[in-house]
Each structure stands twice: as C-alpha cells, then as structure tokens.
Design a protein around this ligand. Sequence first.
Ligand code: SF4
Length: 458
Amino acid sequence: MCGIFGIYNHNEAATLVYLGLHGLQHRGQEGSGIVSSDGSKLYSKKGMGLVSEIFKDDNFSRLKGISAIGHNRYSTYGESIIENVQPVVVNFAMGSLALAHNGNLVNASFLRSELEVHGSIFQSTIDSEVIVHLIALSRERTILDRITDALRKVKGAYSLLILTEKEMIGVRDAYGFRPLSLGELNGSFVLSSETSSFELIGARFIRDILPGEIVVINNNGLTSYMPFDKANEAFCIFEHIYFARPDSCIYGESVNIIRKNMGRELARESAIDADIVIPVPDSGTPAAMGFAEGSGVAFDNGLIRSHYVGRTFIVPRQSVRDFGVRLKLNPVKEVLKGKRVVVVDDSIVRGTTSKKIVTMIREAGASEVHVRIASPPVKYSCFYGIDTPTRRELVASRMGVEDIGRQLTADTLAYLSIEGMLKAVSTSPDKFCVACFDGKYPIPFSEDEINQLGLFDV
Ligand code: SF4
C-alpha cells in the first residue's frame, strides 16, 4: 500500500507532512521518511517504525524549506529494511530529486536487470528506485519530459510525489489504481493519498488527480499535463473494502458510505436469524452497521480492538502476525453470552485471523456464530500495490465457501458477491479493478512476467 503526502510553499512544510503522514499511518507502518527543499538543496530524514517514533522535535529544524514530501512504507516489493524506506533521494545531472511511490510496478525486475547491465547501481531493493534511474538516464531536456519518458517504460500501479529543489510533482498512472488527491491550505498546494489527511491539517480538498495526469507545482502555480495514452480506469476496489480510512473520500466517494452499502448488500444476499450483529473492528465496523440496518438485527460491539497494535494484515512476518491477532481483539462476554451472533468482517485473506475470532466469540459464550464477509472471496494475488499473499496462501483459492466455513468453525459463512460489491459504489462498475476476486488483471502480463510474479503459483 503506502501513503504519500506533500506540500508546496508553506513555512512549516516538514511539520505539516509529518502530520499528514500520521493521518496516513494505516497505509504503512514499517517505516517513514520526509524530504524537504529550501529551493537549492534537499534535506532528508527516514527511519523504521511508526511516524511518531521516527520524527523528533529537532528533526524539523533540519528539514529546512517551504516544500516537503513524505512516505509511509508498507512492503509490497523489497525487504523491510531502512534502505527501502522512501522517499528515494538521488543527485543526478539536473540536480537533486526525491520520489515517493504508492503502488507496485509489474516489470520492475526486468527494468532493473536491464539498468544494471548498463551500469546502474541500486541502493535499495524496491521497485520505485527503477523510476528514479530511468529519470536520471533519460535524454529528455526537462524534468517533466524525463519523468514522462521514464513512466512510459514502467508497467504497473503508481501514484507518485516527486520533489526537486524548485518543484513538487504529482503523478497518477493512467489506470488510476491508487488514489491521489489535491488540496489547498492558505494558498499552498497539498497532495495526499487520502483526503482525511487534508482535514487533519486544516486543508481544503480541491479534486482528485486524474488517472494519467501529471501536476507540476512551482512558483508559477499548478500546471496539469495528460501525457500518457488513455487506459481503461482500474480503481482498486480494495481501497474501499479495507485500506482507506472511512473518513476519506476515495475516487470521489465516501469510504464510510460505501462500506455501509456493502454491508447492506451483504444483508440482502445472506441475512440470517440472529440476535446481534457485531463487527470485527475497525475496518469491519461500517459494513456491520450496514448489515444490521439491512437485516433489522441489533448492532452491538462484541469485540474490542486495542489501538496499540498494528494492523495485522500489513505486518510481513508470520510470527508477528499470529502474535498480533491475540493482542489485537478482545471479546465482550456480556454482549456475546447465549447469543446467536453474526460477525461481519471486511475480507478474509489467509483465514487464520477469522478462525481465531470465531473461536474467541464461541469461548465468550455465543450459541451460534455466523460469519459474513463484506467482499467476495479473495482468490488471486494483487500485483498493483496491495500485499495480498501468493495464491497458495489465499484460503479462497484453495477451498470453496463451505469448506472455509468449516475450517473457521463457523455455523455459516457467506461472502458478498462481486455484483453486490459493485452495487455499493456509485461510480460505474467497469471503472474498478476487481482482479483479486475474478483474476482479470487490467494490465496484461507477459509469460515471463507471470513466472516472475508467481501469478499462477498454486
Ligand atoms: Fe486492488 Fe485487488 Fe486490483 Fe489489487 S488486484 S488493485 S487489491 S482490486
């Protein structure tokens, strides 16, 4: 996933980026970085861990200047090491440049090998560094043309922030996989993965960056370019299901409303006689509210989440993930005892967390546990920036719904259909990528790329 945030022309640029990144913490918890510019030089501070753990008071006086970009890392490509924390900063023929990337390139390994053959030396193992090398090697004369030239060579999902000494540049790939929005704070332009971070710093949302758009922000204001061939939009539906904050508007729609709609559709498709509907907090909460409204069954809080443990889905090591589940949720016995419970979650990926939750609810005294999932079965890996595991690890790629229900020890299990999911959004359904559910990848893969990505690794 990853979260990116940038501001141009504000006296407290680095501090505002720090706040913006804090508001995007859910999009990546492995590491963060901020790079600022004072008009002639870039300054950088990066670290591993949460935003609040990395940046201390004295960092901000060193992050000089009136423009800054930042990045929260969540690994979809490359290891969890400090070298892979972004923004990537380089010095090249045209000066200095920092790049922050949300997304995933599907041809990064090929490009990297090719670049290495021609002498490029990589400092990290992340796909985003490929873009920086391509920009540096481009023969075009302006930075805008170099960026365009570089991005014409890459394949995949990218929302980017680029900071040079004099400019901040925002880019969204032609498919629009990942969100990127434009805001304004007292005359300063702000770019963010999510609109909720605008509110946090008191900025006003202006509009989304369009798929295929490059915005260049400098002393002359903002200039928009549409240099890429048009592609069919492929907005990631998982942003609405799980990743984005419910208080954000993604692709022009409220995440909270869409999650509730998904819950309502789920109730329409698979309501059941029960005493209470409970969410798996926090991302399952709006869908559970929608399910309760749609089914007429009372909503209650049967599980309490500790907010001091990271989101298990985005921690890369299995040992930490298992530990995290036990720490993260606790049942409210008084709510669950003797009740027929419907528990609503946003998605099932590996199935290990869901099984523990069902067991926990039963042990708290529930007489029946019915699991309802506000998205379809995740059967295919994502190669566009969401860290879904290989197909082998995706429980729905190995088993049918009934078998998964048995494995979870649930009384019943039902998922939302793909049609029901797309009814929940008002944007035209054909503007969404739903490849992790139906295997129809919007960007075609060559046979070599398929092997490299482990696409059919079952
Ligand atoms: Fe989003 Fe799934 Fe498409 Fe990946 S494959 S971009 S997670 S909808």
